[in-house]
Ligand binder design. Structure first.
Ligand code: SGN
Ligand code: CA
Length: 536
């Protein structure tokens, strides 16, 4: 063979090798981050430049939905690619059976180095990871405990920063020749929305626009909307949520509480669902997190909230004015927590760029579900209504995804695992109920003709926190059909084009009779397909 052909063969081998190297995966998931609080999705409240960068240099999904809008169930569905009734986690107290097949396990078998760092919340210990360091239960914002490979220890710092420190240090410690999959999951911006010290004053002088439905009276809706317990007006706690505990009250409280008492919110059962107006319970609940701050941190914390507390006392607001004021405080803290998330994604970008592996890495950003930011007068999630149902999903991987494309394909959290496996060239097990989104990337964001026509949802966690009734339903491009069951039997139907804010239930209306019937048939088909039994 002459030199020319030898060289040619060499280049072919090299380029073949380069092509066969599997992408690294970084799966970023936060907790309760609504699309309405991401600038790329059109937030009117805040800027999230680093999340936007993922979207701008990759794909943004506009119709990605959770299959059960609560933490542990969403996580179990993502890991297994299966719905709650199949993976066994229907509510936050269910223990995840870690012997199940998950996408990280399959990646590990395919030669990936795997890790989960941050919020886990699945009761059993992580399986399928070479390295894991997770928060116990919900975890703490300040000086949190981590369970690292089975050993619990406390770390000094702010949780969002610490999780990133650990993530970067893990990536830098592993074999550079092999691909990795990092599951990087933040606690922020979960309730009780405690921002980093550097962000405590971030939104001090900002007045956020009020959502149109802040004073929703739930007319034209059913019992479920009327009987929930997640209203800004009635269900936010003064100390826990609104940070209205005075330094004196808090210091006195600290002197009196039992410091050995558990701080793991998973161990706080029904007794901790307190009445918002029960001051003692509220104080005790807040002290459990406040006591984790160092005296120095407490000083800065109290200094930052002094203005808010003074305002509360002097204005003495009532009625609607008080609701508006509470909404503003809620939003300031929630959005300040998001600031730390976005900043830390910036750190991740910097690191990957410095290491020259940014474009070899598929970066996924999502949240375990959406969140109400005052719409219908609410905080929290659980409902199949758009704000809590929709998940953000942006993905950057320039080798397979064109920059700046958008997709309106109906997608679900059970699709994430199959998509990642597909991109990594690992076979997707037939038992996984989700579908790979790769055909959408290949179609520059356009929905393939044979794509699903409806997403499926089922929420089971009732009676429980926030009293959201059990319900299941489907969403098509144009409609949403929901059945609330258990202690009620009510149907709701929304015309998503005419009524995107879901203010008028048109179920039973003459003009919707035909579509209603069609949707019920689709629902039956979808339930059959997923092996879900009808619920009464
Ligand atoms: C805690 C919160 C609830 C929240 C659940 C579940 N209460 O119990 O408001 O709905 O977590 O959230 S708190 O008083 O402890 O803040 S989830 O995202 O983990 O499912
Ligand atoms: Ca959550």
């Amino acid at each position: 063979m002459n030199t020319f052909f030898k060289m040619l063969l060499f280049f072919i081998t090299i380029s073949g090798f380069a092509q066969s190297k599997k992408p690294n995966i970084i799966f970023i998931m936060t907790d309760d981050h609504a699309t309405n609080a991401i600038s790329s999705y059109g937030s009117v409240f805040n800027e999230t430049p680093n999340i936007d960068r993922i979207a701008n240099e990759g794909i943004r999904f506009n119709n990605t939905y959770v299959t059960n809008s609560i933490c542990a169930p969403s996580r179990a569905a993502i890991l297994t690619g299966k719905l709650s009734h199949v993976n066994g986690v229907k509510g936050n107290i269910d223990i995840f059976d870690g012997s199940q097949v998950t996408f990280p396990k399959l990646l590990k078998s395919a030669g990936y180095q795997t890790a989960i760092i941050g919020k886990w919340h699945l009761a059993s210990n992580p399986t399928g990871f070479d390295y894991w360091s997770v928060l116990p239960g919900q975890g703490d914002y300040y000086n949190p405990d981590f369970i690292e490979m089975g050993v619990t220890h406390r770390e000094q710092g702010y949780v969002t920063d610490l999780i990133t420190d650990k993530a970067l240090s893990w990536i830098s410690s592993i074999d550079k020749e092999k691909p990795f999959c990092l599951i990087y999951q933040q606690k922020a911006p979960h309730r009780n929305w405690m921002p980093a010290l550097r962000h405590l004053a971030l939104y001090d002088d900002v007045k956020f626009p009020l959502p149109e439905s802040l004073f929703d009276d739930y007319s034209n809706r059913g019992k479920a909307a009327k009987e929930q317990e997640m209203e800004i007006e009635n269900h936010l706690y003064d100390l826990w949520d609104l940070k209205l505990g005075s330094p004196q009250e808090l210091e006195e409280g600290l002197a009196n509480i039992n410091l050995n008492e558990t701080t793991n919110p998973e161990e706080l059962k029904e007794k901790d669902i307190i009445e918002a107006n029960d001051k003692t319970q509220d104080l005790n609940k807040f002290l459990k997190v406040y006591k984790r701050l160092t005296p120095e941190q407490r000083k800065l914390w109290n200094k930052a909230y002094a203005k808010r507390q003074l305002e509360f006392r002097t204005l003495n607001l009532k009625g609607k004015a008080l609701v508006e004021w509470k909404y503003q405080q809620y939003m300031k803290d929630y959005l300040a927590c998001i600031a730390s998330v976005d900043e830390n994604i910036g750190r991740l970008f910097d690191y990957l760029e410095t290491e020259n592996i940014l474009d070899d890495t598929m970066i996924v950003y999502t949240s375990d579900q959406g969140f109400f930011l005052g719409e219908h007068g609410w905080f929290d999630k659980r409902f199949m209504y758009e704000e809590s149902y929709q998940m953000p999903l942006v993905i950057r991987y320039p080798k397979k995804i064109k920059a700046g494309i958008k997709s309106s394909a109906l997608s679900m959290n059970i699709d994430f695992g199959p998509t990642i496996l597909d991109i990594a060239g690992v076979e997707v097990p037939v038992e996984m109920q989700g579908k790979s989104l790769k055909p959408i990337f290949e179609n520059d964001g356009k929905t393939p003709d044979n794509w699903r026509k409806a997403t499926y949802y089922h929420y089971y966690d009732y009676p429980s926190w926030h009293s959201v009734k059990r319900h299941y339903g489907i969403r098509t491009n144009d409609f949403k059909l929901i059945h609330f069951y258990n202690d009620i039997d009510e149907w709701e139907l929304y015309d998503m084009n005419k009524d995107p804010k879901e203010m008028i239930n048109v179920y039973g209306k003459k003009e919707y009779k035909k579509i209603q019937k069609e949707l019920k048939n689709i629902l039956t088909d979808v339930q059959k397909k997923y092996g879900e039994v009808q619920c009464k």
